[in-house]
Design a protein around this ligand. Structure first.
Ligand code: HH2
Length: 266
């Protein structure tokens, strides 16, 4: 899954692809590089990002989704917590609702997902985007994230979302301390995979990579760590990785997969 942010303030690529032409060019590049899904986002989730109202968010993502859907190349996902934005995105041709709040943001989120009949990504986050990094606390991060995701999947199914539409995401970096929470979570990914839903993993360019590499790496200098995270996900059996650097990640996954296959054959 390639990340396509059409925001002025996303943490790693904010402002880079804000116009429709620039965003389309970026999308075509991600597709040529091997992305199977494009995740279009019109509101940054980083702490301190400016909130975006519904109409503005729709105006950012809808024309891009419509133009991309017309090309019929890849599946399109929309990264939003707002039901109205999800509805507009699906009407424009998106097929996946990626919600970092796991359909908790609005009272009608669950019912909207059921009515749309689209795939939904339910992501774990402790707290709210603005304050989630203030003081996250867990007794057992893997068990708590797994329990939360199971409960959200159950809530979605109870609201009418079909089981086969549900993806889970542990939400690396969302209300998690850099190393004491993100690392055990990544080490315990197999327990999230064992819940029986496809798992999406987003580690690309996240801050914990900088924390493990001197503490001062800007977002565009975290490629090695991002690829390492994607491979850890592949080893644990995740279904998809959400990344900014598609070409390098696809190459790493192809090599990793070929080695794994050779091991099974031998
Ligand atoms: N991470 C980000 C945004 N959306 N969605 C899912 N399902 N999983 C993630 O890990 C995830 C996500 C943060 O990355 P980015 O889009 O680059 O930044 P921003 O939120 O600032 O736009």
């Amino acid at each position: 899954m390639g990340v396509l942010n059409v925001t002025p303030d996303s943490f790693s690529d904010g402002g880079a692809f804000a116009g429709l032409d620039a965003a389309l060019a970026r999308a075509r590049r991600l597709i040529a590089d091997g992305a199977d899904i494009l995740d279009v986002g019109g509101e940054s989730t980083r702490p301190g990002a400016a909130p975006v109202d519904e109409a503005q968010e729709i105006a950012r993502v809808e024309p891009l989704i419509r133009a991309l859907a017309a090309e019929r190349t890849v599946r399109i996902s929309v990264d939003t917590m707002k039901p109205a934005v999800a509805r507009a995105a699906m009407a424009a041709g998106a097929v996946i609702w990626n919600d970092v709040t796991a359909l908790r943001h609005a009272p009608d989120s669950l019912a909207t997902a059921a009515a749309l009949g689209c795939d939904v990504v339910l992501m774990h986050m402790q707290g709210e985007p603005g304050t989630m990094q203030a003081e996250p606390h867990y007794d057992d991060v893997v068990a708590e994230v797994a329990a939360f995701l199971s409960a959200r999947a159950a809530a979605a199914m109870a609201a009418g979302v079909r089981r086969e539409r549900i993806w889970l995401d542990p939400g690396v970096g969302f209300g998690k301390h850099m190393t004491t929470h993100n690392l055990p979570l990544l080490a315990g990914l197999d327990r999230i995979v064992a819940l029986g839903f496809p798992v999406l993993l987003g580690v690309s360019r996240k801050s914990f990579i900088s924390a493990l590499d001197g503490g001062n790496r800007p977002a565009d200098e975290r490629l090695g760590g991002s690829v390492a995270g994607a491979l850890a996900g592949a080893a644990a059996g995740v279904a998809a990785v959400r990344v900014h650097d598609v070409r390098e990640t696809v190459q790493a996954l192809r090599v990793w997969d070929a080695i794994a296959q050779a091991g099974r054959a031998g």
